[in-house]
Each structure stands twice: as C-alpha cells, then as structure tokens.
Design a protein around this ligand. Structure first.
Ligand SMILES: [Zn+2]
Length: 214
C-alpha cells in the first residue's frame, strides 16, 4: 500500500520511540536508519543522496524522513497518503519551543518529498547556518527556501508528537511543580528555583544549607 515510499529514520543515537516502532510496523513501511555520528545537516544530505542513488531505481518515488524521537499520533497518518510533492507534519520544538507548525513552516522531523522535487535541487540539500556558534537558520528553513525557489510549496498535512525529557521539581506554586528541561539541568544548577524547600516541610532539615537539589 505504501510501497512507493522509502522511510528513513534520522538517528540521534538513542533508541527509537516505542510509538514510532509500532507505527512503522503497523503500517508495513519499508524503513531503515540513516547514518548517525554526523552533524544533522550532513546526515540529512546523506539520506537524500542514498535515496536518489539506491531507492528510486527500485521504484520508490517518495522519501519519508522521520526523526527517532517523534511520536506518531492519529493526525500523523496523512503523511502516508496523498501525492503532494512536498508534505510534512507540524511539531513542537525542543524544550517546549514553537518548532515548525502551520502551512509553509516546513520542519524536517517528519516530512515526505518526491524524488522529482529532490532532482530539482542543487547540493547541499540541507544546511544549518550559524554565526558565532549561534544557529540562526535551521536546516529545515534552508531546504524549504531552496524548494520554494524551484516552485514547490510545503504543505502541512498533519501533526506529530515530539518526545522531550523534562524534570518536574516540586514547587509551592500551582500546578505544584516547575518544569526543567533535561538538557538545561546543569545550566540551571545553582539557580534558586521556586521549589518547596526541605526546611519548610521537614523541620529536621532546617539550617542544613541549600535544600534545593535538582
Ligand atoms: Zn528546523
């Protein structure tokens, strides 16, 4: 049913989410992992190169790229249907950031493109632009602009979940906790979070220094 689609899972070196494994299996998709151990844009370029080099001659007309930390939901199924040249599912970004959502705001974490579109593009397909180590443009925007310049418009056909690790620290304020993103824990270490101090709840800890341990 989806024989024309080659799925490539973008690996960040972590186990694929259970929901993505089930989605690949339940939809009987042809899939493989992309290369890992490279920068994101380099890995995405290699995924496209391999698709054009090896899969198109085997009858695959569309590449479906999906990141290993994505969680397909009911509204994700549309990425498997339709015959748009350039489709994607919207998703939230890291640490609760906006991510890529809404028509035209293409994101590379779950997308489907045709070989026809890819053949119109000149390498590199993906490129992350940084100035002084600060990322000013993600590889998704670079790809979208290049595709748009060739007359292809990205269509958001669904949405998808994005797994993020967070730590809940008890707080005296509603809803009773503060959210600290896993990767931000060290940066926040030493900052006073609005937590319930151990001294406030356990008199025996009073006077034992900073009660906040996150
Ligand atoms: Zn992006």
């Amino acid at each position: 049913m989806h024989d024309h689609i080659q799925v490539v899972v973008m690996s960040y070196g972590q186990p694929m989410t259970r929901q993505l494994q089930e989605w690949l299996r339940d939809n009987k998709l042809n899939w493989r992992y992309g290369p890992s151990g490279y920068g994101i844009d380099l890995a995405r370029n290699q995924i496209v190169n391999q698709f054009l080099r090896e899969d198109v001659s085997r009858g695959k007309t569309h590449l479906l790229g999906i990141d290993d930390d994505m969680i397909p939901i009911r509204e994700t199924r549309h990425i498997l249907r339709g015959n748009e040249e350039f489709a994607y599912c919207g998703y939230c970004g890291r640490h609760g950031s906006r991510g890529h959502i809404g028509d035209g705001d293409f994101g590379a974490a779950c997308f489907r493109v045709s070989a026809h579109l890819l053949r119109h593009l000149i390498k590199p397909y993906w490129k992350t632009t940084s100035v002084n180590d600060a990322r000013i443009e993600c590889e998704c925007e670079y790809f979208r602009k290049r595709a748009e310049a060739k007359g292809f418009t990205a269509k958001m056909v669904g949405i998808i979940g994005h797994r993020q690790n967070c730590v809940l620290v008890p707080s005296k304020d509603a809803p009773g906790y503060v959210v600290v993103w896993d990767e931000e824990l060290e940066a926040k270490h030493g900052q006073q979070l609005p937590t319930i101090s151990a001294a406030a709840t356990r008199p025996e800890f009073a006077g034992q220094g900073n009660p906040v341990a996150v």
